[in-house]
Design a protein around this ligand. Structure first.
Ligand SMILES: [Zn+2]
Length: 459
């Protein structure tokens, strides 16, 4: 079955792979014409080029809804080129990049324009941009929305960087009201600063001291406070809780959703891959906020993923200069927090999900591509293998065993908690609009090859 017949011969036909379609996985060929998917089926006619995908699985390219590339202003922390080289190597074909820790942060239209300019020159993959919601920029939200941001990021706790202030509950409520009028979504870092201050935990240099100071209750309380702020903002308010680290946090989200609140949640590969024991061993490369949890909490999080109670999975890729990690070798509090994980999403979900826990390929496609594309208004151009969509693919060998070595790691600092981790399931090729940006172990994309994508409501 081939439909609809395209007048042009395809530029590329991918033959013999198992394709993960919205309707389920099946063997199929895919034709690509002008960078979009022009046919899917068993009778796809030959094109100018053919790619043999026998034994491989073709997933929709990952839409990573949460990355920090820190450029302009802090390009030495990562930058668009290094960051999107990692994206390409990880099967990520679209990134949604956060307003911090660039400088200036993306909280004004001018800062948005500066970031769009550098990203357009340097990105290897397609990209969307988050705006920021901070106490002093409520007047700017409408202008940022007109520029085409995918949403507004807000911190309930201190962000750790002095040019991006947290929003107290009252400002968050006003921000939610404003964004509701714009039909825009607010991405919330949900850790309660009030509870962190009250706990005022004793600091010792060991990694686990960082975990003890930010217990699960800090996340749960923040989500409850967010829900109160949303109630005041009316039924049109929309929030997305970024990097939820506990099942208890997800329960708050899901109970609110049952009451009709427009709230969604993501988790990240590092909360699914690692436990506190790993953090005690690995130290600074795995420092993040919320922190890595104990084994029981991780398993409960996996239960939520398997039960379909997590909306999407995003990397929260957030590198820093190696020196800012090394500072924490003898005192975890001195290390910058953030995990370089853009390459790990699919390997973790294939190894720890598909193979270890029976997470289906269809669910992996949904969590990493379809759901984020839908939530942030990029669907159906992005997020699914369907006729008319961009030809964005993560082609994986689900059975290949490999060890993540420093030669595989693209991040500028060379620091990642995934180094030396063994995986079953490897990204072997990544294509953006029909162009290979990663293949045969090499990044092949060109800076400037990526295109800016706007949510549908902004077009
Ligand atoms: Zn983040």
């Amino acid at each position: 079955m081939t439909f609809p017949p395209s007048p042009l011969p395809p530029e590329l036909v991918i033959r013999g792979g198992t394709v993960v379609l919205p309707t389920g996985q099946r063997p199929a060929d895919i034709a690509v014409t002008n960078g979009t998917i022009s046919a899917i089926g068993s009778e796809v006619r030959d094109g100018a080029a053919t790619l043999d995908a026998k034994g491989l699985v073709i997933l929709p390219g990952v839409v990573d809804a949460h990355v920090h590339f820190n450029e302009p202003g802090r390009a030495d922390w990562e930058g668009w080129e290094a960051g999107t080289r990692g994206a390409a190597a990880g099967g990520v074909t679209t990134v949604l990049e956060m307003p911090l820790n660039a400088h200036p942060p993306t909280t004004t239209p001018e800062a948005f324009d500066a970031k769009l300019a550098v990203a357009s020159r340097k990105s290897l993959v397609d990209f969307g941009l988050w705006g920021g919601l901070v106490p002093e920029n409520l007047q700017q939200l409408e202008h940022l929305n007109q520029r085409g941001v995918v949403g507004f990021k807000a911190f309930m706790s201190h962000s750790g960087i002095d040019d991006f202030a947290r929003v107290p509950d009252g400002i968050l409520a006003i921000g939610l009201k404003t964004t509701a009028r714009l039909n825009a979504i607010v991405g919330v870092h949900a850790e309660s600063q009030e509870l962190l201050d009250r706990l005022n935990a004793e600091r010792s240099p060991e990694p686990l001291s960082w975990c003890r100071a930010r217990p699960p209750a800090v996340e749960v309380e923040a989500i409850r406070r967010l829900l109160v702020a949303m109630r005041g903002a009316g039924t049109a308010a929309r929030a997305h809780v970024v990097h939820v680290s506990t099942a208890a946090g997800l329960r708050e989200v899901n109970e609110a959703r049952r009451r009709g609140v427009s709230i969604t949640a993501e988790t990240c590969p590092h909360y699914l891959a690692f436990t506190e024991e790993d953090f005690a061993r690995i130290g600074p490369p795995l420092k993040c906020a919320p922190p890595i949890r104990d084994a029981e909490t991780r398993e409960a999080l996996w239960e939520e993923v398997l039960a379909g109670r997590v909306d999407l999975i995003a990397s929260d890729h957030s590198p820093c200069p190696a020196a800012d990690k090394h500072k924490g070798e003898h005192d975890i509090w001195q290390a910058w927090g953030g995990v370089a994980g853009i390459q790990a999403t699919l390997p973790v979900l294939l190894s720890d999900g598909l193979h270890a826990r029976g997470l289906s390929l269809e669910r992996i496609a949904h969590l990493t591509a379809t759901a984020p594309a839908q939530l942030f208004g990029l669907y159906p151009r992005k997020g699914a293998i369907t006729i008319g969509a961009d030809a964005d693919f993560a082609i994986v060998d689900p059975q290949q065993r490999w060890t993540f070595g420093s030669k595989d790691l693209q991040t500028r600092s060379g620091v990642s908690p995934y180094l030396d981790r063994q995986f079953t399931g490897k990204v072997v090729r990544t294509m953006v609009r029909g162009v290979t940006v990663f293949g045969d172990g090499e990044v092949r994309g060109e800076p400037g090859g990526g295109q800016f994508v706007k949510p549908n409501h902004a077009n």
